[in-house]
Write a protein that binds this ligand. Structure first.
Ligand SMILES: *[C@@H]1O[C@H](CO)[C@@H](O)[C@H](O)[C@H]1NC(C)=O
Ligand SMILES: *[C@@H]1O[C@H](CO)[C@@H](O)[C@H](O)[C@H]1NC(C)=O
Ligand SMILES: *[C@@H]1O[C@H](CO)[C@@H](O)[C@H](O)[C@H]1NC(C)=O
Length: 370
C-alpha cells in the first residue's frame, strides 16, 4: 500500500511553493550548503525572510552557498545571511550553537532541521553513539529542545507562530524497529555493532525475503549492491516518535499559549548530491552482476526522484503550516498518517520511552523541559 502511495506521490504530485510572507523572520536551516537545505534557503529568501542562518559542518562550503544565494538575490544584503558552524557529531557543538543562537539572535521564527546522515557503516561518534543515531536523532532532538525557549520567546514577543521543522522521510514506513522492546533500552540496542552489521545493512524482507526470490545468484548480488537505508529508516521513525511526544507534551504544558508548531515533512525521494555519492561497494564490483545491479538501482532511483527544489517546497510549507499540522507527519505539503503501528497502545508506550531515552542520551533533564 505504502509503495503505491509513494509512486503516486513521486510521479503525479508536484508540491507547490506556499503563498506565504516570511517578512521580518529569522530562519535557521541546518545542512543548507547543498541539496534540499540549499533549495529551501533560496525559497525562504524568495518569500522575503529577513535573516537566514546557514548552519553547516563545513563553514567554507557554507560561505560558498552564501555567495551563490547573494548572487541570485541581488536585493539581499550580505548581513542577512550568516554561516554558523554546527557539527551534529558532537553534543558540545550542538550546545555551543544553541547558546549562540539564543544570545545573538533577536528572534527565531523557524528552526529547520534538515541535516542528516545515511551511513552504511557502523562508525562510533566521539560521544559514543553510532553516527546515524547521533546525527539524525540524538543531536537533532537535542538542538530542538535547546532552541525551545528561544522559539517560545519569539512567539511571545512578536505575536507570531514559530515553527520547528524536522525533515524526516517516508522511509520510516520501512523501519522494522525490532529494538522497540529491547530489555537494556532501545538506544543501547541500536548502538550494538554486531546487530547493526547483521540486520541493518541488508535488504528489507519484502524485497528480498529468502525463498521468495527465484534467482539466488542475483539475490546475493542485490544484497551486496543495494544497501537499503534500514538504519536511516529507523532513525527517521525515531525522529517522528520524538517530535510527536514533544508536541503532545507542549500542548498540555502550562505555558501552552506560547509555543512553536512542530512539523515533520518528508520531501519525498529527491535528486540531490546524495546520488552522486552512491558507489558500488567493493565486495560487489568483483562480480559483473554486482556492478550492473548497482547502476540499475541507481538509475531507477534517479528516474523516480523529483527535483530538489520541488522537494524543498514541502519543507518551506512545513515552516508555515497551521495548527492542524502540529506534531504531524506531512507528505506533499499535507498532513498524513504515520505508520499505523505508532497509533497502537504499544506505539504510544514506545513513543514515550523513546522520548525519555533520547533526552537522557542528550543529557537533558525531563523536568527542565516544559
Ligand atoms: C515587519 O516589521 C515591520 C516593522 O516592525 C512591520 O511594520 C510589518 O508589519 C512587519 N511585517 C510582517 C509581515 O509582520
Ligand atoms: C565534528 O565533530 C567530531 C567529534 O568531535 C570531530 O571528530 C569532527 O572532526 C568534527 N568535524 C568537523 C568538520 O569539525
Ligand atoms: C561490522 O562490519 C565491518 C565491515 O563491514 C567490520 O569491519 C566490523 O568488524 C564488523 N563488526 C562486528 C562487531 O561484527
Amino acid at each position: 500500500m505504502f509503495f503505491f502511495s509513494f509512486l503516486y506521490s513521486q510521479f503525479f504530485v508536484t508540491p507547490a511553493l506556499p503563498d506565504h510572507d516570511f517578512s521580518n523572520q529569522t530562519i535557521i536551516i541546518t545542512g543548507s550548503n547543498s541539496g534540499l537545505g540549499f533549495e529551501a534557503a533560496k525559497q525562504f529568501l524568495a518569500l522575503h525572510c529577513f535573516k537566514l542562518i546557514i548552519a553547516v559542518r563545513s563553514t567554507s562550503k557554507g560561505e560558498a552557498a552564501k555567495q551563490s544565494l547573494l548572487e541570485t538575490n541581488p536585493h539581499i544584503s550580505a548581513s542577512q545571511i550568516e554561516v554558523w558552524p554546527l557539527n551534529l557529531s558532537s553534543f558540545k557543538s550542538v550546545r555551543a550553537f544553541a547558546d549562540r543562537a539564543s544570545s545573538e539572535l533577536e528572534r527565531v521564527d523557524a528552526l529547520v532541521e534538515n541535516a542528516g546522515l545515511d551511513g552504511g557503516r557502523f562508525v562510533l561518534s566521539e560521544d559514543g553513539w553510532e553516527s546515524t543515531l547521533q546525527i539524525n536523532v540524538i543531536s537533532t532532538c537535542l538542538l530542538a529542545v535547546l532552541m525551545l525557549p528561544k522559539l517560545r520567546q519569539t512567539a511571545e514577543r512578536f505575536k507570531g507562530t514559530p515553527h520547528l521543522v524536522l525533515v524526516t522521510s517516508d522511509t520510516h514506513y520501512w523501519a522494522r524497529f525490532e529494538e522497540r522492546n529491547a530489555e537494556g533500552g532501545i538506544l543501547r540496542a541500536l548502538n550494538d555493532e554486531e546487530k547493526f552489521n547483521s540486520s541493518d545493512r541488508y535488504a528489507p524482507h519484502f524485497l528480498l525475503a529468502e525463498g521468495k526470490f527465484r534467482f539466488p545468484a542475483l539475490q546475493s548480488q542485490l544484497k551486496l549492491t543495494f544497501h537499503p537505508p534500514l538504519r536511516y529508516a529507523t532513525t527517521k521513525l525515531l525522529q517522528i516518535l520524538f517530535i510527536r511526544e514533544f508536541a503532545r507534551r507542549l500542548k498540555s504544558s502550562p505555558s501552552a499559549s506560547y509555543r512553536p508548531i512542530l512539523t515533520l515533512p518528508t520531501p519525498g525521494l529527491c535528486h540531490t548530491p546524495f546520488f552522486g555519492q552512491m558507489k558500488p561497494p567493493e565486495n560487489a564490483v568483483s562480480h559483473p552482476l554486482g556492478t550492473v545491479t548497482h547502476y540499475a538501482m541507481k538509475g531507477m532511483l534517479i528516474a523516480l526522484s523529483r527535483r530538489a527544489d520541488v522537494g524543498a517546497r514541502t519543507i518551506v510549507t512545513a515552516a508555515c503550516a497551521g495548527k492542524e499540522a502540529d506534531g504531524a507527519f506531512m507528505m506533499d505539503g499535507q498532513v498524513r498518517e504515520v505508520v499505523g503501528w505508532v497509533l497502537t497502545e504499544e506505539g504510544r508506550r514506545v513513543q514515550e520511552k523513546v522520548f525519555r531515552e533520547i533526552l537522557a542520551a542528550a543529557g537533558v533533564k525531563e523536568g527542565d523541559l516544559v
